[in-house]
Design a binder for this molecule. Sequence first.
Ligand SMILES: C[S@@+](CC[C@H](N)C(=O)[O-])C[C@H]1O[C@@H](n2cnc3c(N)ncnc32)[C@H](O)[C@@H]1O
Length: 268
Amino acid sequence: MSDPSTESVPARVRSDVAHNARVWNYWLGGKDNYPVDRAVGDQVTGMYPSIGEVARADRAFLGRVVRHLAGDLGITQFLDIGTGLPTFNNTHEIAQHTVPHSRIVYVDNDPIVLAHARALLTSSPEGATEYIDADAHHPEQILRSVEPTLNLRQPVAVMMLGILNFVLDTGEARSVVSRLMDAMPSGSYLVLTHPTLELGGEGNEEAMRFWNEHATPPITARSRTEFAAFMDGLELLDPGIVSCAQWRPEPGAPAAEVAQFGAVARKP
Ligand SMILES: C[S@@+](CC[C@H](N)C(=O)[O-])C[C@H]1O[C@@H](n2cnc3c(N)ncnc32)[C@H](O)[C@@H]1O
């Protein structure tokens, strides 16, 4: 485990149970993880060898989407729920590199992400970043906390990458998304990624079962139909719902399919 110092780590951190934010960090090549995270991460990789590729494809998708939203579509406000541990190309870095006055609110409920939040708060002088320690199951709590960093009368990109899979009940997950999007004005965007057993992800079934017995929080995969329903009432941007690796890949870059849906949709 690198920074933070032990005294800044909140008391609710458990180093004896693998946590998703830390295992995700391990799969991305980061150092902010414990032996238990690496052990579970390796076991999952043994059952589902492409998981590291999924994590990297998800981050690359994040980068392409934020650049497109800020650079081409004029979005300067981002609500990034299920932030993960700070890594390369965090949302605020990409957004503020593209448009320096971009404003970002990060939300996660992992105590280690909280301990590292300072690294997420290095805003450009023209913009702003904020970190909220909150649970995605409680969207009203998030919405109460986003202002004044975000102005909810102006469009916002709501980003939920790799997090709805931790809201196990599909009806509840849909309700979380619609309560958040109902609070956003026309011209806002919803950005999602989600693991699936489709797109060649069948091997993830055993790995997810293992995860749910040995790690936290428990996870679920979803079908294309379930994923599409999160965007009901919104307008999907091209190319629609695809493997996140194949959402507008960089010209000339290989874009092998990974079993993680990605999509961006606009609120009319
Ligand atoms: C798979 S990581 C994805 C990180 C980042 N969004 C990305 O795409 O690289 C999921 C993140 O969601 C967070 N998370 C899981 N359940 C959550 C919940 N109920 N509320 C808030 N954050 C949650 C985890 O702590 C973790 O940081």
